[in-house]
Design a protein around this ligand. Structure first.
Ligand SMILES: [Zn+2]
Length: 133
């Protein structure tokens, strides 16, 4: 049995993170469809079927570089979200000592000490903000 499985997956992508995500979204979609009325249920069931089909198509795909690239996109996005969440938590922790501004030029968070009155804040990108701290 184990050998047969190994043979089946040889040279194929297998369940990577993206396929797992598609799979569980599909399963979740089916579960949600059970409690939805009529047309919504049909729509969600069709969509969930597509997600599951996609998950298995990816798992059995032999185009490894392409599947790897797709998976990497997901992993990078997760990593980015994780970093942003950590940074937001950091800002919350220090919000009594510092005031934070988002640069309108480049979107970077700028940190300045509180209680300095109205000051000019220079961003690395060359943008200058005039804000009350
Ligand atoms: Zn900037």
């Amino acid at each position: 049995m184990r050998e047969k499985l190994e043979k089946l997956f040889r040279g194929r992508q297998g369940m990577d993170e993206l396929s797992k995500l598609l799979f569980w979204c599909g399963v979740g979609g089916f579960a949600l469809a059970l409690v939805l009325p009529g047309a919504l249920r049909v729509l969600l069931t069709a969509f969930s079927t597509m997600l599951l089909a996609l998950a298995f198509l990816r798992a059995f795909s032999r185009d490894l570089p392409q599947r790897e690239a797709e998976n990497l996109l997901l992993l990078r996005r997760r990593e980015k979200r994780k970093r942003e969440r950590a940074a937001a938590k950091d800002r919350r922790t220090h919000r009594r000592e510092y005031k934070y501004f988002k640069c309108p030029g480049c979107g970077t968070w700028l940190r300045v000490p509180r209680g300095k009155g109205k000051i000019h804040i220079n961003c690395r990108c060359g943008y200058t903000l005039y804000r009350r701290t």
